[in-house]
Design a binder for this molecule. Structure first.
Ligand SMILES: Nc1ncnc2c1ncn2[C@@H]1O[C@H](COP(=O)(O)OP(=O)(O)OP(=O)(O)O)[C@@H](O)[C@H]1O
Ligand SMILES: [Mg+2]
Length: 269
């Protein structure tokens, strides 16, 4: 590994290093020539309109989708390498769409996160961690309820709880705030923020909620096929500027309808 003096003063090997990444899906260029470096302890937010390639980027980093060109290294290893076992935790965009007949309680689901090869037969070791995770996502009252019987927002929190119970240092989240009410949203963001600052976790999070992500992320990335902005959150352009830059109005993801100009100011992208 070369030790190039990139942004930040850390000489440590980056957690994630993406170079010249391009991804084609069904013959269409979705991601074009992306460079991205994430260092330990960073909280990076990715925003961009529907279909701009955010999920595709995450899936390629995870190794679920194949890159057409370029290079991805996580802790210096290729995606899906055995070395990465247990080091990455992923909360998928569809996480809250668990089947409603799923016979797993909240506690059991979170316990799955704490499960690894080393403690397969002695789960009691992680009980404290599981309790903590359930508490952090505020689901103590429903910990023995089947996940399938929870509301969308509660399910999303349960899935995040599972990620929190794991030892993973690198947490990748795709739209974790969808379907979660305002109040739980801010407590979740605060929780993620604490994980970064106190537990030294590294977070890469995709969200449409620009206002929310702006409050928490240290660094913002605007992705639309290629990276159009990558920098400190404080200098991230205002939405109106972004809309002008792009020549079109942002389209929202949850229900895929066009927003009026006044709605855009609320911070959804
Ligand atoms: N399975 C697939 N096969 C082919 N193309 C796909 C597939 N899934 C997504 N795409 C296309 O890839 C592009 C990027 O999709 P992607 O899901 O990465 O966008 P996104 O930024 O995550 O959008 P959203 O904000 O709606 O979640 C879109 O044009 C989409 O139509
Ligand atoms: Mg997506």
């Amino acid at each position: 590994m070369q030790a190039l003096p990139t942004q930040g003063s850390s000489l440590e090997e980056p957690i994630l290093k993406v170079e010249g990444l391009s991804v084609i899906r069904s013959g269409k260029l979705i991601i074009e020539d992306i460079d991205l470096t994430v260092r330990k302890g960073e909280f990076v937010g990715i925003v961009g309109p529907n279909g701009s390639g955010k999920t595709t980027l995450l899936l390629t980093i995870l190794g679920i989708l194949k890159a057409n060109s370029g290079k991805i290294r996580i802790y210096g290893s290729k995606p899906m390498s055995k070395e990465l076992d247990g080091k990455i935790s992923w909360v998928s965009q569809a996480a809250s769409n668990l089947p409603s007949d799923l016979r797993v309680t909240v506690r059991e689901l979170v316990e799955l996160g704490a499960l690894n090869r080393g403690n397969m037969f002695s789960r009691w070791r992680d009980k404290e961690k599981v309790n903590q995770a359930i508490e952090m996502v505020g689901l103590q009252d429903v910990e023995n309820t089947d996940v399938g019987r929870l509301s969308g927002g509660q399910r999303q929190r349960a899935v995040i709880g599972r990620a929190l119970a794991s030892k993973a240092e690198f947490i990748i989240l795709d739209e974790p705030l969808v379907g979660i009410d305002r109040q739980s949203r801010s407590s979740l963001l605060k929780l993620l923020d604490n994980l970064c600052h106190e537990a030294n976790k590294t977070i890469l999070m995709v969200s449409h909620d620009l206002a929310a992500i702006r409050q928490t992320a240290h660094r913002m990335i605007y992705l639309e096929e290629s990276i159009k902005f990558d920098g400190e959150t404080s200098i991230f352009p205002e939405l109106t500027e972004l809309a002008e830059l792009r020549g079109i109005m942002p389209v929202h993801g949850e229900d895929h309808h066009h927003h009026h100009h006044s709605d855009i100011k609320n911070g959804d992208l």
